[in-house]
Design a protein around this ligand. Sequence first.
Ligand SMILES: [Zn+2]
Length: 790
Amino acid sequence: MHATSLQKFIHNSELIHPEMTDNDQNNKNSRRSFLKNAAAASFTIASADAIAFAGENPADKSNSKDEIPWYRRVTRWGQTNITEKDPAHYDIAWWRKHWKDTQTQGVIINAGGIVAYYPSKIPLHRQAQFLEGRDLFGDLCRAAHEEGLVVFARMDSNRAHEEFYKAHPDWFAIDGSGKPYKAGELYITCVNSPYYDEHIPSILKEVSNLYHPEGFTDNSWSGLGRDSICYCENCKRKFREKTGKEIPQGKNWDDPAYRQWIRWNYDRRLEIWDLNNRATKSAGGTNCIWSGMNSGSVSGQSKSFRDYPEICRRAEIIMLDSQARSDSDGFQQNSATGKLIHGLLGWEKLIPESMAMYQAGKPTFRLASKPVAEARMWMIEGMAGGIQPWWHYVGASHEDRRIYHTAGPVFQWHKTNEEFLINRTPVATVGVVWSQENMDFYGRDEADMLVELPWRGIIQALIRARIPYIPVHADHIDREAKNLSLLVLPNLGLITDRQVAAVKRFVEGGGGLLATGESSLYNKGGDRRPDFALSELFGAHAEKQPANAGKTARKWAAEASHTYLRLTPELRKNVDGPQTGLEPNISGIRHNVLKGFEETDILEFGGMLETIKTDSGVEVLMTYIPPFPIYPPETAWMREPKTDIPGLMLNTVSGGGRIAFMPADIDRQFGRYNLPDHGNLLANLIRWAAKDQIPLSVACAGLLDCNLYQQPGRLVLHLVNLTSAGTWRQPVDEYIPIGPAKVRVKLPEGVPGKKLQLLVSGQKISASVEKGWVHFTIDSISDHEVVVLT
Ligand SMILES: [Zn+2]
């Protein structure tokens, strides 16, 4: 949104100050507002249920088969993360008004765990420091229910105070020297102890019986992360019982026992997920689910032993704790995350995401308002990926009152347009393949370099080229195949035999494949194979490698090298001759995937390459130029201008799809350096291997994240304008409008495409339909635009 219209938006929303509200007045109004709120709730997808439900204990209704459960219909969430200082002055009446002003339907309220915000009778469940007998959780839970809101009771079950440790030292995590793991003053609890088996479930039951929240969530439920090994007696005994082995002495990925320890840890977190669900459902009914919070990054999940595919198999809703962007991934990471999780969870389920209204990220200021444009853009990109908004403040009162004005306009827009933002399926022909096992057992401790950078490079190349894509889990290739023209394996080193078979089926059926780097060179356990598992498709073979080949590849991935790639055929007579730029094209015609590079015979690279053998019939379009000095400039000449080490090769299998294999890790280089040559080359390869079967084209200057969805009888195109002075450096503090944008969309059967609705600007524009494609022009896009085509 343009700065001036943003200002207008803010002024239009009601100004709110904690001082302005009056407790007594608000309490008198509460019954009336509940009735009003119940009526207002009729817009939801389950309108009748929402009305019947408002103000009642939802557990009573959990047996009705026809009801859409709360976790499928509540789409706007709010959270005031309560500090221990808050109970003394928490102004519930003011917050009730804020819930209404922001169209919030569900709230996350701190209940217990490290500290309790209610008078708990569970031994050692410590009261919050300034609670002084107040039943703050109970008061808030009742207020929310009176307003027709649902409540997620929030736990934090990861640590405890010293008195707890002294009472049950065997419930806490112990390091190799026998000392307890600590975080500041607090002691870290062990996931294998009765703290998780007995103490936490007893709190869940107590809270459920006293207050009937609709469900439970937990901030850091998965215990100690991967970087710390627990040697407590419970862990030692359980690991021995399970594996017959001792807990490994330290981190050693080459030790099978260490990898077993990783898998054993994953299993335990899933047990905790199930255990807590049993506790909450037995106390609060079948809809009283427990859903611990999860990360927006797969590497974050890996480091916390949270198995995303398995969790999504169990979860009715994913509570996403991903509050802000990183500079390197940009806002677009949020739409990617939404699509990735929906790919596991299904598109009919919901993924609310905690979105910081305070200055989260770098730097963090818990009590200062995040620049509005930055906070909004993170929310918008989430919605573009199928994520539901959830405002998040730390503390119940703020001197920076600007913080209260950010969520309202976004939530209001969401309420008006909600039907277009949920229950939809993506329309994309490019699937980017990932797996958490690849992150763990191939990425190991260098997953940022080996897995995340190539991933980021491919995603960014797709966004830059306005090519719609979906993340595809490697186990779901068969399921997604019918909708896809291309699979991309961004240095997907680890691939199981079953996944290899699925890729082969896809290509043999005519689908395209773009694979980079070490894709398919590692087995399920993370051990290097003698050759690429996809060598037949690539038409390429790894040479017999020395024992330390894997280590060398890891080292190379982390380094920057002064290397190049030679484009073939060259369009000059010889590389040592005069380079005036005037010589005619004498050497022949280059392949289309090198389009745009006619005026160069080399491309900057930056990586290192092993020799690869190619099969006959494979076209090698780029060869490697080994490193030579940068400094001093007198030495900067190619020592070996030509090799036959392939950097890019194309192959086809009879009757099958097009295959591009890039041993050169251009995707990682693009993820790291953002050089346009690398992005353009990747886009060319994607278009070629997908046989140009891309359902969207958007022509205009700027960086746009384009997400296309289908609902019965209509298409929904979400265009997010990422063009700003802060695109790669937070924060954004103003939007820079782009346009006009010329858009073409391929129409699926059942969508005539003659009628257009612009949900953000409200502009009326016309469309023309030609040969199954609809054409239209959007004059200007500020922060985003959503086009509904019917
Ligand atoms: Zn332990």
